[in-house]
Ligand binder design. Structure first.
Ligand SMILES: Cc1cc2nc3c(=O)[nH]c(=O)nc-3n(C[C@H](O)[C@H](O)[C@H](O)COP(=O)(O)OP(=O)(O)OC[C@H]3O[C@@H](n4cnc5c(N)ncnc54)[C@H](O)[C@@H]3O)c2cc1C
Length: 504
């Protein structure tokens, strides 16, 4: 056992997109800081950030209907959509900065332009979509959104979904051409490689099993090094727990008061995937619809063209499922061991309150392939069993805590939990996740590095020109940045008529 403390300024636990983003930003802001990364697996981006473990949607609230709520008077509240759209634009600005610096050499290796479509069936949902469209199209962020309930136009937008569909079925859709598909796994690997080349010590096969506050307010991070079978003790001024589903256990080990009363509930995901070129060729968009009544927001069904490993595929889902593991590579004891004295009441309250969710997850878990194909046929009426294969996606750990909505509330967003003195921060939750990583890290830095943030401001504005500003309230700046980011990321090669480059 190596008991010598190895001292460092920053330790990032986990090599997913969140640590990769924070590490890259800190390297730009404080290049002299010493940063270390510990990852229990043998390479970066293998858990939720992996391209096969998430849907790769650049969440900009262009098509996700759960980000816009219908009010009792029929009007649609778009405030959450505005917030998420602005956050995604912040990510795109930072990626453009990295592309201009050649940190990201070929942005199109991780980001692809792809129309985002919302699709609904039935008069009630068509009314909702039409009201939502009216509310959104007025906002400069959603300029260019189109609405149609005409079969011919719908056929042009999504041929595969309209083929063999009953022409009497009332359907409608909105489309925004400026959507994206993002390979978050590739992005994570690019950023982690860059960190390694910038003198950051990225240690793989190294699992952090404890974090302990020291008398001088620094942290001791205890690591099992699987490569050489040793135990290491590292000392650091700041720890980021970016361990995805593994974050809750490490946060609990830190014993910071802010960790008390928080629990987690794991939800696994499954997708149907098709790589038959003739089927794939008929669908060039991400099409999101409405979640069935009673289903949680993460189970909104969507059919996406994906760009993975130089191959174009279609992905449909997610089907929810239940596994007690908090990581895909986690343990069946994860849920059980996350229940502590301080969150027992919250977890029990949640169990009672969310009985319908548990029932829904169990029902989803028991679906046969044929039942899943039937759900797919709501999207692709002529889908053939033999063209589609079931793949297991990543684990999401939803946050459970007591809120103004009551004890044991299940939260569907992402949250940073940090110690009062800002020396430790952990990221919990799942959605909108990777797409908003840059905004999440800016908020984290404001909380955890208050003594530095003022002196970093000019550099932050170089990395994210809209920092501190609302783009919807500054439409000229928004337009300027939209054009510059599209150019820097190679997103401007899309046909302006709205047709996809791959379907022309
Ligand atoms: C089914 C599904 C669909 C999704 N779809 C989208 C989408 O379309 N768009 C979007 O923006 N987001 C999406 N997300 C969310 C997104 O994937 C996550 O927000 C994001 O990947 C989280 O990144 P992370 O770095 O926090 O975690 P991860 O990528 O999970 O990385 C955590 C890392 O920490 C390591 N680790 C864990 N414990 C330890 C330990 N003790 N010591 C050392 N290392 C440890 C793990 O091995 C892992 O490599 C989706 C998620 C799921 C599950």
């Amino acid at each position: 056992m190596n008991k010598d403390h190895i001292e460092t300024d920053v330790i990032l636990i986990g090599a997913g997109v969140m640590s990769a983003t924070l590490g890259t930003m800190l390297k730009e802001l404080a290049p002299e800081w010493n940063i270390k990364v510990f990852e229990k697996l043998d390479s970066a981006g293998k858990e939720s950030s992996n391209e096969w473990n998430n849907a790769g949607t650049g969440h900009a609230a262009l098509c996700e209907l759960n980000y816009t709520k219908q009010q009792e008077d029929g009007s649609v509240d778009i405030s959450k959509a505005v917030d998420i759209n602005e956050k995604y634009r912040v990510s795109q600005q930072f990626w453009s900065y990295l592309a201009a610096k050649n940190v990201i050499d070929q942005p199109r290796n991780f980001i692809t332009p792809l129309p985002h479509i919302s699709f609904v069936r039935g008069e009630r949902d068509i009314d909702f979509l039409s009201n939502r469209f009216e509310a959104m199209v007025k906002n400069p962020l959603f300029r260019g959104m189109e609405f149609t309930d005409q079969y011919d136009t719908l056929k042009e937008w999504m041929p595969l979904m309209m083929e063999e569909r009953d022409p009497n079925q009332p359907v409608a859709a909105t489309k925004v051409n400026a959507g994206t598909d993002v390979n978050f796994g590739e992005l994570t690997r690019l950023l982690m490689n860059h960190l390694e080349q910038s003198d950051v010590d990225v240690q793989y096969q190294s699992e952090v099993y404890d974090v302990e506050r020291q008398d001088d307010d620094s942290w001791e991070v205890k690591v099992k090094n699987f490569e050489n079978g040793t135990i290491e003790h590292h000392k650091t001024k700041f720890v980021f727990v970016g361990s995805g589903g593994g974050s809750l256990h490490l946060l609990q080990k830190s014993r910071i008061p802010e960790s008390r009363g928080i629990g987690g509930f794991p939800v696994s995901g499954l997708f149907l995937v098709c790589d038959q070129p003739d089927v794939v060729a008929g669908h060039g968009a991400k099409v999101y619809s409405k979640a069935p009544v009673g289903a949680p927001p993460m189970s909104v069904p969507h059919l996406d063209r994906r760009f993975i490993e130089n191959k174009e595929t279609l992905l449909f889902g997610p089907f929810a499922g239940f596994s007690p593991k908090f990581l895909k590579t986690g343990s069946n004891a994860d849920l059980f061991t996350s229940v502590k004295k301080d969150n027992l009441v919250t977890m029990s309250a949640s169990g009672l309150k969310n009985a319908s969710l548990t029932k829904y997850l169990l029902q989803q878990l028991m679906l046969s392939k044929e039942q899943r194909m039937e759900e797919l046929r709501q999207f692709v009426p002529q889908a053939k069993d033999e063209d589609w294969e079931l793949v297991v996606a990543g684990q999401r750990v939803q946050i459970i805590k007591d809120t103004e909505e009551g004890k044991g509330t299940l939260r569907f967003g992402t949250e940073v939990v940090s110690s009062e003195d800002g020396t430790l921060a952990a990221l919990l939750g799942a959605s909108p996740g990777a797409s908003t990583a840059v905004s999440i890290m800016l908020e984290l830095m404001e909380k955890c590095f208050p003594d530095h943030i003022e002196s970093w401001e000019d550099k932050i504005k170089e990395m994210v020109p809209s920092y501190g500003l609302s783009l919807s309230e500054n439409p000229d700046l928004m337009k300027e940045l939209e054009e510059s980011t599209a150019k820097a990321l190679g997103l401007d090669s899309q046909d302006s008529s709205g047709k996809l480059y791959s379907m022309q």
